[in-house]
Write a protein that binds this ligand. Sequence first.
Ligand SMILES: [Zn+2]
Length: 252
Amino acid sequence: MAAPVDSAQTARSVAPRPLPWVAMYHSVDDCSDDPYRVTVTPERLGEQLAWLRRRGLRGVSVADLLAARARGEGRDLVGLTFDDGYADFLTAALPVLRRWNCGATLFVLPGRLGGDNAWDPLGPRKPLLTADGIRQAAAEGVEIGSHGLTHVDLTRADDLTLKTEVVESRALLEELTGVAADGFCYPYGTVDARAVEAVREAGYAYACAIDPGPLTGPHALPRVHVGQNDTAWRLFLKHRLHRLRRRPAEGL
Ligand SMILES: [Zn+2]
């Protein structure tokens, strides 16, 4: 039976939806030496994607997730993001993503092509993708986003550095892949109003943070860290907590 349209129903239909779920990964590799807890094994990643499948969910790039939501769809989609652009993305993550028919967004550092994670003082050193590696990932349908040029905490950067990290990295990625990067990801997940403004001004359509609090919006998307300890049960709890803790936000 069709319910009569009244003002209460209209209000409900425009009420903000729960925030999209965006998972944050970094490296996919052996994780016996992992002081920053940024690594999951390919086996664990496979188990996590299998868990999504069992719940009727599928991993996609953030661009695809946001586009689906803009059409009023995408309740069955989860954003999968991989920060820093480690070389193991091609060899270890991509085969698992393909097996589970998932897309992803890879946030790379065009100022450190072929370098390593020198910003993590404890190591271990992990090689980053070269320009060719990034092009290969893009050719496989992976969305390439910017993580800045060199992995600088933007909330501590002076105005010139902030602008250079945000603007130049986008220009370099366009040169490298042939398409402008729509997505940005704040290094360390740290963000303030000034960084959000710089990212918006540079023309990015969205940006990923971790816990942006009141800044939450298309240019400060919260993400959930997913690690090696996240078995199906813990993922279930994180999914629930994300929905409870994070209020719906304008424009999402
Ligand atoms: Zn990073």
